[in-house]
Design a protein around this ligand. Structure first.
Ligand SMILES: [Zn+2]
Length: 183
């Protein structure tokens, strides 16, 4: 996995790119927070290690919780909870689905571990992206080490920097021209 904080950068960058409309953020704050939680949630499956479930098992790390189906379930949950999230069912569903899906897609671009079971339950195959520039993160006990630092730098370079730069460029390109006040 990229470290858990790095998964939060996708919702943050997407909400930055979405910007504001009529003086309000397009992605309401509650929806943003729910998206950040959804982008981190699949790694709750590290509990599997404590439960002695093997890594390669469907319910092991990077298994069922890293699937398209899991992202769809969270999308449905988002649509149902649209009102407390200050959103419409379409926006909340799409947003939570995308934020959740970003997690296995980032994991699939890491250099180690097993791939993600994206097509579970139809296939248990663990998949990687053809391009894997992100250095895989050590688990919690090895995080504060030289390797932890190398991972952090790799994530800054391959996730934070491109995502935030992309979001800023998107904002600049789509900013509506200020209407001229005739007074
Ligand atoms: Zn993960």
């Amino acid at each position: 996995m990229p470290s858990i904080l790095t998964h939060a950068v996708v919702p943050l960058a997407m909400s930055l790119a979405a910007g504001r409309r009529d003086g309000k953020p397009v992605i309401p704050r509650r929806l943003l927070l729910a998206g950040i939680a959804a982008a981190m949630l699949p790694d709750a499956d590290v509990l599997a290690f404590a439960l002695k479930i093997p890594y390669a098992d469907a319910f092991g790390h990077r298994g069922a919780s890293h699937s398209l189906l899991f992202a769809l379930i969270l999308a449905a949950l988002g649509a149902v909870c649209a009102r407390p999230l200050r959103s419409t069912p379409l926006q909340a569903g799409l947003w939570l689905g995308l934020c959740t899906l970003s997690h296995p897609l980032l994991d699939a671009m890491t250099s180690g571990g097993l791939g993600v079971a994206l097509y579970w339950p139809w296939s248990n195959e663990r998949l990687f992206a053809p391009w894997r520039p992100i250095l895989v993160s050590p688990f919690a006990n090895g995080f504060f080490s030289a390797r932890g630092l190398a991972t952090l730098l790799s994530e800054l370079r391959w996730v934070w920097l491109p995502m935030l730069t992309g979001a800023m460029l998107w904002r600049l390109m789509t900013r509506s021209p200020r209407t001229h006040d005739p007074r």
